[in-house]
Design a protein around this ligand. Structure first.
Ligand code: SF4
Length: 341
């Protein structure tokens, strides 16, 4: 189907019909495997003030924390020993973690894991030179969500930061050879169905390798606390649309979906998601990284979560995979450029 035909199908189909299509793609492309990523939220300091975000700088009620470099590296080691092959290091935009520190952490992780793991960073906007340094240190993937494709809404929600700057960062990352991820929130205030479709089309135009989406959940300590909570169904429909538009991209079933609905992640998996990200941040810190309220799985270690997730994926006919799970789009780019290193 062409992109136009997919959009037309999306507009005229029930959610069950969309899920049916997404299931077919996941069965053919991924043999119904679900890749695991160990998520480490290593700092909840942030100098930005995005209106929707629970750890925004202006929220004085957040108990701020930073993992030490050793704690980050040790947590990865723990995950590696439990067979995880991909780790995502995520933080607010925290200047304490200079590029020098980040590069040291990346190099150490690569060393202690015999260069067997894929490492993803998600620490916000940096200069192209900084991204280059991170890449040279051994980082494989970078995530930076654009959150909405609507310029005006973006600038409002991000307290003045332009969508253009975000897209520039994504472009820089692609040029530098990263496996690139982005994504958006679903059900933001003032968001229309056309904006949601445009969000999906922006993912398509960017040729993303990884796409993270999740429902907007109003946080009580943000300016958007009184916003309407949209139904999880919007997120499910969007997941299926993305799977159809970008069959070769990795799409996580996000914790936000599991927070909004007890079977939110299972529904996302049915609708085309093929990644789960157990949060292996030490439990003492987990409860303080609340981008949205009532986040699930805060009392369990990420490793306990893997057992639980294994049962959950089984209920939708899928199976957990401990492979690195590079995105198919990234692998085909590498093959095309003749770079197999
Ligand atoms: S969304 Fe990211 S950049 Fe914005 S305030 Fe939250 S942590 Fe900071």
């Amino acid at each position: 189907m062409t992109k136009e035909e997919i959009i037309d199908f999306y507009k005229h189909s029930t959610t069950e019909e969309l899920i049916g299509k997404a299931k077919e793609i996941c069965s053919v492309k991924y043999d119904n495997k679900v890749f695991l990523r160990g998520l480490i939220e290593f700092s909840n300091y942030c100098d930005k003030d995005c209106l929707y975000c629970g750890i925004r700088n202006a929220n004085a009620n957040v108990h701020r924390y930073r993992l030490t470099e050793k704690e980050i590296i040790d947590t990865v080691k723990l995950g590696y020993d439990k067979n995880l092959k991909t780790f995502v290091l995520q933080s607010g935009e925290d200047d304490y973690f200079t590029n020098k520190k980040l590069c040291y952490i990346i190099e150490e992780i690569k060393k202690i894991t015999n260069n067997e793991v894929a490492l993803t960073l998600s620490c916000g906007i940096k200069t192209k030179k900084q991204y280059q340094e991170i890449k040279d240190a051994g980082c494989d993937r970078y995530l930076i969500r654009f959150e909405t494709s609507d310029e005006k809404l973006h600038s409002y929600l991000r307290n003045g930061i332009s969508l253009k700057r975000r897209l520039q960062a994504l472009n820089d990352l692609k040029e530098l050879g990263f496996e690139v991820g982005s994504g958006f929130m679903v059900g933001l205030p003032n968001e229309t169905e056309q904006i949601r479709i445009n969000n999906a089309l922006l993912c398509y135009d960017l040729g993303l390798d990884m796409i993270g989406i999740g429902p907007f959940i109003p946080h009580p300590e943000t300016p958007l606390k009184d916003s309407i909570q949209e139904s999880i169904e919007l997120t499910i429909r969007m997941t299926a649309l993305l799977r159809m538009l970008l069959p070769d991209a990795n799409i996580p079933a996000t914790t936000a979906a599991g927070t909004l609905s007890p079977i939110g992640r299972e529904k996302m998996l049915e609708a085309g998601a093929n990644v789960l990200m157990p949060n292996i941040t030490p439990t003492t810190y987990k409860k303080d990284y609340l981008l949205y309220p009532n986040k699930i799985c805060l009392d369990e270690t990420g490793f306990e979560c893997i057992g639980c997730l294994s049962g959950r994926v089984g209920t939708v006919g899928k199976k957990l995979s401990f492979e690195r799970g590079d995105s198919l789009s990234f692998l085909s780019r590498k093959d095309y450029s003749g770079n197999n290193g």
